[in-house]
Design a protein around this ligand. Sequence first.
Ligand code: SME
Length: 154
Amino acid sequence: MPLEGKNNPAENPAPQIARLQVLQWFEELKQKHPEFEWIGIYRRDPSNPNELVVFCFIGPPTPHTRIPIDSGICGAAVCEAQSINVPNVQEDSRYLACSLSTKSELVIPIRDTNGEIIAELDIDCSKKNGFSPKIQKELENFVLQIENLKALFD
Ligand code: SME
């Protein structure tokens, strides 16, 4: 059955354009930080907010396309409603491995205009301690930029 109304990219291209914009920003981030080996967004499944679903990313495919919010660093960032910076993934029992080369990870919640967490930015880094306080702050500002793309999750 053909997609109708706002879910049809031909009728409403805004979400696709917003997603392409985000992927371009990810590529620019990767150029600035080649040690970032996976940069992506997980979205809370609108029909089941207790699960995260991979939304868009650059880097190798992840086995974790769907993550319950009671699992992983990704789930913890939703439950704790804050950024989670893991300097050494091998020392964090919550960590769900995506790639053997990942050494550190940062997850930052993405909120809607009501402050509800609707998604998150997830970055895997090939170096331990990949996210200094300064880099974390820059990435939290980057998330504000993503939050301003209102059509992204339409
Ligand atoms: N490491 C994440 C899983 C997602 S992959 O890194 C892309 C976690 O522990 O939740």
